[in-house]
Write a protein that binds this ligand. Structure first.
Ligand code: GUN
Length: 316
């Protein structure tokens, strides 16, 4: 198997490169659809003033435009009522020219997130969070699949990393990443284990993984003892380190200086769930943070929007 033969130090998997390849393919598809009179259209709904959400949503709208996808940003006040938010979603369900609807999470506390996600027409659910799509994925049928785990599979396949028969361990069981990730790996014929905060001996399980996916949101929870030599280690975490001493245990000589300068300048540096020094020295492949999986999510959202447009309009 590929992962067993892989030599370390790890080959870094560049999300930037793979996202660029996906976006190029999507732009080509959009041009072809335009010839037959189909204009894929994505609407992103954002509620309130969460700073991270604003950055993410702007990036989604900008990327859509770059690829020729029609896009619209609906920004609602933080105190919008549940009723009005649901009415907005229903309006978008009704608009025939809209192919994709995404409601950016997190939502304000007074909003019932599940009710909102369940109101989105499953055919337009480009996040793949609706129970119909989650259920279809679970049963192995064609579905709109959550963007981050779909991007991880796409990346592993493009890199020729063998999934069939591989031991895959997913750390994290969220509806957005962990659970769909496990289902997608199963679909690729991997032997899948899901770990979480109550797993008894995390290192014992993880160290058996040919493919290890970390998606728990705990800084550096995956260390040297969790990594099988030569494994493909995918870091979905998005955390930050503010403490320079912590950074010294996290990064090798190759990037420590740069990270310390970032902390000095901005007060923190972006990291994942995997100790970078350990992964670089022991894994066969590793997705850096930043520059890894994060960039794939937006690219896959564009792919899902085109897929939704095709499915809704009966194009193969
Ligand atoms: N917030 C963080 N990630 C996501 C995502 O993938 N989709 C949505 N809708 N909100 C998010």
């Amino acid at each position: 198997m590929n992962t067993e033969m892989k030599q370390y130090p790890a080959e870094l998997l560049s999300g930037k490169e793979i996202a660029a390849a996906i976006k190029e393919e999507v732009a080509e598809e959009v041009s072809k659809l335009r010839v037959v009179g189909i204009e894929p259209c994505l609407v992103v709904v954002r509620v309130g003033e969460d700073a991270a959400s604003e950055v993410y949503v702007n990036s989604k709208i900008k990327t859509a435009r770059e690829l020729g996808i029609v896009s619209e940003h609906k920004h609602l006040a933080a105190d919008v009522s549940q009723e009005d938010l649901l009415a907005t979603v229903e309006e978008l369900n009704e608009r025939d020219e809209v192919d994709g609807i995404l409601v950016q999470l997190p939502l304000p506390k007074h909003i019932d997130e599940t009710a909102v996600l369940e109101t989105i027409d499953p055919e337009k659910d480009v996040d793949g969070f609706h129970p119909v799509n989650a259920g279809r994925l679970f049963q192995g049928h064609e579905a709109l699949v959550p963007c981050t785990p779909a991007g991880v599979i796409d990346m592993l396949k493009r890199k020729g990393i063998e999934l069939k028969g591989a031991n895959a361990v997913v750390v994290g069981r969220s509806n957005i990443v962990g659970k769909p990730m496990a289902m997608l790996l199963l679909q690729e014929h991997a032997t899948v284990t899901i770990c979480h905060s109550r797993t008894k001996d995390l290192a014992a399980v993880c160290s058996q993984a040919d493919v290890l996916i970390a998606a728990v949101g705990v800084t550096g929870i995956i260390k040297e003892e969790h990594i099988k030599p030569g494994a493909a280690v995918v870091d979905v975490g998005m955390n930050s380190i503010e403490d320079t001493e912590e950074a010294k245990g996290f990064f090798g000589e190759d990037e420590l200086e740069k990270r310390l300068r970032t902390i000095e300048k901005r007060g923190s540096t972006l990291v994942g769930d995997v100790n970078a020094k350990a992964a670089k020295s022991k894994a066969g492949y590793f997705t850096p943070v930043p520059g890894g999986v994060g960039l794939l999510t937006v690219a896959m959202l564009m792919k899902n929007t085109v897929k939704a447009a095709r499915m809704r309009r009966g194009e193969q």
